[in-house]
Design a protein around this ligand. Structure first.
Ligand SMILES: NC(=O)c1ccc[n+]([C@@H]2O[C@H](COP(=O)([O-])OP(=O)(O)OC[C@H]3O[C@@H](n4cnc5c(N)ncnc54)[C@H](OP(=O)(O)O)[C@@H]3O)[C@@H](O)[C@H]2O)c1
Length: 269
């Protein structure tokens, strides 16, 4: 059976690494047409080439900074042009899947030692980025029943941990934004989902610890974390349910992570 995602237009933010890059490859393998955004263009170029090799009939890239409204709006104007270039009719100019994945954490200091710049970046990317991207993409989606908006949240949005106040707060906001959007889009046929991973080994930790590779390795020591492909597989599955099925929320943890503070660690892996 042909994939439900064949020739669908899929927009992925934060496609230059981690979940976003893996999702580009896996949606590509389903025959989806891709619009990929992030700040690092060289990385996006490589991901788009891999996605084409995996089977994407089209994979386009454009610089995107979700913390900037002009950048988001320019990205969506470009997306509209790319879609229109191969649309047979004006009604066919539509986006099928929006994956709001760009984001991350910065620092692990308690609030008493928190830095304004880190807090502001986390709110800009994880919270305002989703709002901006969604607002800009909605005109391409509301007349397209069966479309999907998938926001990448986190276990951290459901359970707080020390040093995670701003990140946990940002991801808790993501979950509430997802719920509000689902209410607002009721009747349009557009699905709205939150995919919430636990511990996953990507560049997340390297970014959180600002390039300190030794610190970045620590959370994964002695345990088997999720990998980017695990979450990409979930994103593909959520987006490819039949149009009348909405996956509201999914929480995905590694088997070794029974709870946010209880991670099974072996002496050697
Ligand atoms: N790894 C985990 O344990 C974990 C668990 C739960 C949730 N998450 C969430 O999953 C999402 C993806 O993270 P990941 O684990 O795949 O980490 P990652 O490998 O660091 O990827 C993060 C992606 O976000 C992009 N990004 C960051 N700031 C951006 C901005 N201002 N504008 C546009 N793109 C931006 C990065 O691209 P550029 O730097 O090129 O812009 C990169 O492509 C994030 O929302 C993260 O919070 C991660």
């Amino acid at each position: 059976m042909a994939s439900r995602l064949a020739n669908k237009w899929v927009l992925i933010t934060g496609a230059s690494s981690g979940f976003g890059a893996a999702a580009a490859r896996q949606f590509g393998a389903e025959g989806a047409r891709l619009l990929l955004g992030a700040r690092r263009m060289d990385r996006l170029e490589a991901v788009a080439a891999e996605a084409r090799q995996a089977g994407a009939p089209e994979a386009h890239i454009h610089a995107l900074d979700v913390s900037s409204t002009p950048s988001v709006n320019a990205f969506l104007a470009w997306s509209r042009e790319r879609i229109a270039a191969s649309a047979a009719t004006p009604e066919a100019v539509a986006l099928d899947v929006l994956i709001n994945n760009a984001g991350g954490a910065l620092g692990l200091e308690p609030i008493a030692e928190g830095r304004d710049e880190d807090w502001e970046t986390m709110m800009q990317t994880n919270v305002l980025g989703i709002l901006r991207m969604t607002r800009a993409a909605l005109p391409l989606m509301v007349n397209n029943p069966g479309g999907s908006i998938i926001n990448v949240g986190s276990l951290a949005g459901r359970v707080a941990y020390e040093g995670g106040a701003a990140y946990c707060g940002a991801k808790a906001a993501e979950l509430q934004i997802t719920k509000a959007l689902r209410l607002e889009l009721s009747g349009t046929g557009v699905r709205v989902s939150s995919v919430d991973p636990g511990l996953a080994e990507t560049e997340f930790s390297l970014v959180r610890f600002k390039g300190d590779a030794a610190k970045a390795k620590k959370p994964y020591e002695g345990t088997f974390p999720l990998v980017a492909d695990d979450i990409a597989e979930i994103l593909v599955w959520v987006a490819s349910r039949p149009p009348h099925v909405n996956i509201d929320e999914m929480l995905i943890k590694p088997t070794d992570q029974a709870a946010i503070h209880k991670i099974y660690r072996r002496k050697t892996v």
